[in-house]
Design a protein. Structure first.
Lengths: 112, 114
């Protein structure tokens, strides 16, 4: 049973560029949440997708957007990258009525 | 309202000792309180969780104590082992029509000395 998979694992971008991160949820899960984890900090909630719609959103600007596909996989897009966007981006999946999150290993984004 | 405050930032414990990590929350709408464990290079993984109608939950060496009136909860790791060395995050979740929204504390880096 595959867990949550994320790609790419590492990437380097320059300021002003755009990035797309991808996530495949754990089998049987239909809800995907995205988190940003800065070095030495706790994960910060970006948004959550269910039934291909953004259901909840944290305190992140509109530069952060996402999508969920019919197979429940998801993308996180960040436009106009800033140096401060450098972080580990974690995807977590869950069943819609459960609080337990299953995390992937993350995509580490470095913005130069 | 949405914050979860965690302490200490770091903790060093002797092998066999008790590790205690504390968290406090503000929003009384939170209804699920999980603890996650994260090893370097890995995503967080659920360790143990509690709902606010229970004051204590124990799973093996891990115990959550929950004080609803004080809006505080804590993780106790008994007989701490070097393999427990990791970063621990408390979290608080609330369920609405969109599902569960989980807010994490800043984390506690635990080092267990052999």
């Amino acid at each position: 049973d595959a867990g949550v998979t994320q790609s790419p694992t590492h990437l380097i971008k320059t300021r002003g560029q755009q990035v797309t991160l991808r996530c495949s949820p754990k089998s049987g899960h239909d809800t995907v949440s995205w988190y940003q984890q800065a070095l030495g900090q706790g994960p910060q909630f970006i948004f959550q997708y269910y039934e291909e719609e953004e259901r909840q959103r944290g305190n992140f600007p509109d530069r952060f957007s996402g999508h969920q596909f019919p197979n429940y996989s998801s993308e996180l897009n960040v436009n106009a990258l800033l140096l401060g966007d450098s972080a580990l981006y974690l995807c977590a999946s869950s069943g819609v009525n459960t609080g337990e999150l299953f995390f992937g290993e993350g995509s580490r984004l470095t913005v130069l | 309202q949405q914050q979860v405050k965690q302490s200490p930032q770091s903790l060093i414990v002797q092998k066999g000792g008790i590790s205690i990590i504390n968290c406090a929350y503000e929003n009384t709408a939170f209804d699920y309180f999980p603890w996650y464990q994260q090893f370097p290079g890995k995503g967080p993984a659920l360790l143990i969780a509690i709902r606010p109608d229970v004051s204590e939950k124990k799973e093996g060496r891990f115990t959550i104590s929950f004080n609803k009136s004080a809006k505080q909860f804590s993780l106790h790791i008994m007989d701490s082992q070097p393999g427990d060395s990791a970063t621990y995050f408390c979290a608080a979740s609330l369920q609405n029509t969109g599902g569960f929204k989980t807010i994490f504390g800043a984390g506690t880096r635990l080092f267990v000395k052999a």
